[in-house]
Design a protein around this ligand. Structure first.
Ligand SMILES: C[S@@+](CC[C@H](N)C(=O)[O-])C[C@H]1O[C@@H](n2cnc3c(N)ncnc32)[C@H](O)[C@@H]1O
Length: 241
């Protein structure tokens, strides 16, 4: 898979590219490239934004600047580009990013992510160059870079070679194996710690009972997440929390 991120801060991704699962996916043939929007601006002094028509605070990323950056990188009119690849504007109000959306993107051969800054994009960028808008949550970040990294992280860990154990991504929260529910709890050594015990069933070696316990826990968390079960307040422990 090939992911291109258009950003004013390409250096931010140097650290991200070095993270193991990302580096693994890249070594296995995927790519994560950053295009510096400012490097392609047709305006003087590296200008990329301007004041909003109609007044108001902040600066808006200009449509001619984004046009120049996309055209220079793909050598095609960006209006046509979106017919051959998904071009995704990162916005707080876009389609909410979730596991289903991540699975969908992981199936693509190539995608483009556009990171906004300041007040965001001139709307014509979204309307004319993009296939969609994506939000990583209903809150406002200072820029699209962290949102792009969230998307790349969730998508790239699904790519061949990204994870040490290919099975890790098969049975986890929101996967088909767990019928879309959150994952069950995990425990590891020591089996006893400060009087806190690991559930007996996990030490039983009885695979079918473990499987059933895990599915039940996963379903319980699903209900819990929907707000139908009271939060476990850890009442078993003296002087807890
Ligand atoms: C300060 S925000 C702009 C907010 C915009 N004025 C608004 O009220 O919706 C600057 C940029 O950060 C990115 N961004 C901020 N929050 C985001 C989120 N929750 N999901 C995806 N991108 C986000 C977008 O690229 C956005 O253009």
């Amino acid at each position: 898979m090939n992911i291109d991120v258009f950003t004013l801060f390409p250096d931010w991704f140097d650290w991200f590219r070095g993270q193991r699962h990302v580096a693994n996916a890249i070594a296995a043939g995927s790519s994560l490239s950053c295009v510096d929007i400012r490097a392609h601006t047709p305006l003087t002094g590296g200008q990329v934004d301007d004041t909003p028509y109609g007044g108001g605070a902040g600066m808006v990323l200009r449509v001619d600047v984004m046009d120049a950056a996309l055209s220079a990188h793909y050598r095609v009119d960006p209006v046509q580009l979106r017919q051959r690849r998904r071009v995704i504007a990162l916005t707080p109000s876009g389609r909410l990013f979730d596991e289903e959306y991540a699975n969908e993107l992981a199936e693509e051969r190539e995608i483009t992510l556009l990171c906004g800054r300041y007040e965001g994009f001139d709307e014509r960028i979204v309307e004319r160059f993009c296939t969609e808008t994506l939000s990583i949550g209903r809150y406002v970040l200072a820029g699209g870079e962290l949102a792009a990294m969230v998307v790349c992280d969730a998508v790239m860990r699904k790519l061949p070679g990204a994870l040490g154990h290919e099975d890790s991504a098969l049975e986890e929260s929101y996967s088909a194996a767990l019928e879309g529910a959150p994952e069950y709890p995990h425990y590891t050594r020591p089996a006893q710690y400060r009087g806190w015990e690991v559930p007996d069933v996990l030490l039983s070696g009885h695979h079918e009972q473990i499987r059933r316990w895990r599915m039940a826990q996963s379903a319980r968390r699903q209900v819990h997440a929907a707000g139908e079960i009271e939060v476990d307040k850890g009442e078993g422990e003296e002087g807890a929390r």
